[in-house]
Design a protein around this ligand. Sequence first.
Ligand code: UT7
Length: 335
Amino acid sequence: MKSAVIAGVGSYLPPRLVTNDDLAARLDTSDEWIRTRTGMSVRHVVEPGGATSDLAVEAGRRALESAGGGGADVVVLATTTPDRQVPPTAPEIASRLGLGTVAAFDLSAACAGFLYGLAGAAGLIATGAAERVLLIGADAFTTMVDPDDRGTVVLFGDAAGAVLLRAGEAAEPGAVGLPVLGSDGSLADLIQVPAGGSRSRSSGPPSKQPDPMDVYFKMNGRETFRHAVQRMSQASREAVERAGWELGDVDRLGAHQANLRILAAVADELGFEPERQLTNIAEVGNTAAASLPTLLAMSAADGSLRAGHRVLLTAFGGGLSWGAATLTWPDVVVG
Ligand code: UT7
């Protein structure tokens, strides 16, 4: 059975920056609060009118270049912020990348979308349905948060990251171990956008119509924090066990960049020193489905992630949904 092997990686951050001080200039918050409670200093945001596909196309192009050119049989876009509710965004990305009429679909698993995408890509490759899969994690979350809600607007940035996965052998560097995945829909309300889906569109009495503020993202931060630490720690243990590794064998922990205090708690729970943890949260904030592939691309580019490193990835987000996966980092030039 073929394995999915990372052959290329790339990321894209939109150039427009919003600093903590920019936010503090118009909201009841401060650089000090944001830095100490989240670890974030700055975030990149799309231009007005910009959308997820604009970021995803650039990251996808860079991942294809990193893989030495060539196309892909399937484009998978993990996102919570598609350009439009209909159609899916992946076909447009495939078209703009010049990939013609290849299979292309969106995948919705919030901040865990990249890991769910890895599992999907691995399945497509294992069954022979695809030889090369372009997996992109992209989100323009700043288009969905309430600009006046200091509790959420400070947390998110926009980005895209991508990997080109090719059919290869399980023992090769870059081969992705089968991810551990999980969900808990009984806690669906913890992280949500109440309006915009079928539940808010069905006709009903005016009393059932959505509040105009329901178009915005809402999160119970404190509860989410607790579940994030617990689920990422547990999934990480399972993924390491599935790989036949010990936690001490892992050279780099790459966890969803939601909050530096969450990262510290997960690292503490698993016994990781700061030197073994990858982070870019100060520069990008929480970029949802883009978080892990962007972290991989930026870490490989700055040398904190190197060929031969044993990597443990983990993520958690709305759904609730979570996951973890292992791989040995391949010798790739970041696109
Ligand atoms: O990507 C999906 C997964 N997402 C996550 O995992 C996020 C998880 N949650 C978190 O990262 C944290 O819960 C937050 C960063 C969202 C909030 O940090 P916290 O330490 O849990 O703060 P809190 O919500 O308990 O709020 C503490 C205080 C409150 O004031 P009172 O009620 O104590 O007077 C908030 O109103 O901080 C206040 N607050 C702020 N103050 C200044 C909340 N946001 C801000 C802000 N600036 N931006």
